[in-house]
Design a protein around this ligand. Structure first.
Ligand code: VGL
Ligand code: ZN
Length: 212
């Protein structure tokens, strides 16, 4: 079973959103093309889904400004602007994303005391989301990953996919990702490649159906 993981393609990470990624909406047509013509048997999506007052929000830490470094539960934590609050438009999937074809949505970041960049487990590696079990149950043999943001949720999802789904081929669709910090994006690609993630393009998937 060839599976596609769409990471956090939400209003909050697109222009106009509370944690907008430059050009973030550009990943939407890439996702739709892959959903419709990529030859996948399974489409899953993650959704950043924070309660109000989440511990990753600068607003929860007196004196902190968005993008400052702070701590959460004694660990270093980027202080984010309030974003993707549950049941707000900021947390909705981008309105042009073909959500009707998504088989499974994995929400994350619900625990106010710990952030969860990865779609598979929280940043402390204490709690898993259940996405690994779902993909194993569906007998996924390959997982292509794209979405937002390259240097945070995409990177940590890809690295966790490698370690939590042994034997599954993990590929990153480079043109289907946009990131927060340009230097961070460069480093993220390098880190993923070094760890064993194959870096490909959506055209490669669409041409040979990319599954060769
Ligand atoms: C993300 C920062 C905070 C992401 C989510 O989707 O990359 N980044 N929450
Ligand atoms: Zn978040």
């Amino acid at each position: 079973m060839k599976a596609l993981l769409l990471v956090d393609i939400q209003n909050g990470f697109c222009p106009g959103g509370n944690l907008a990624v430059a050009d973030g909406n550009a990943v939407v047509p890439v996702a739709n093309r892959l959903i419709e013509n990529g030859g996948y048997g399974l489409i899953v999506a993650s959704q950043d889904w924070h309660p109000e007052g989440h511990g990753s929000f600068a607003s929860s830490h007196p004196g902190k400004q968005p993008f400052d470094m702070g701590t959460l539960n004694g660990k270093p934590q980027v202080m984010w602007p309030d974003h993707c609050v549950q049941n707000t438009p900021d947390a909705d999937f981008h309105p042009n994303l073909n959500v009707t074809s998504i088989d499974y949505v994995q929400r994350k970041g619900e625990d106010p005391e710990v952030d969860s960049y990865s779609a598979f487990r929280d940043n402390d590696h204490h709690a898993v989301t259940g996405l690994d079990a779902y993909l194993k149950h569906q007998s996924a043999t390959s997982l292509d990953i794209m979405g937002l943001a390259t240097d945070y949720c995409v990177k940590f999802s890809a690295l966790d996919a490698l370690s939590m789904l042994p034997g599954v081929r993990i590929r990153l669709i480079a043109d289907g990702c946009r990131g927060i910090d340009p230097d961070g994006v460069k480093a993220a690609f390098e880190e993923m490649r070094t760890a064993g993630v194959e870096i490909i393009t959506s055209d490669q998937v669409l041409e040979g159906r990319g599954h060769g």
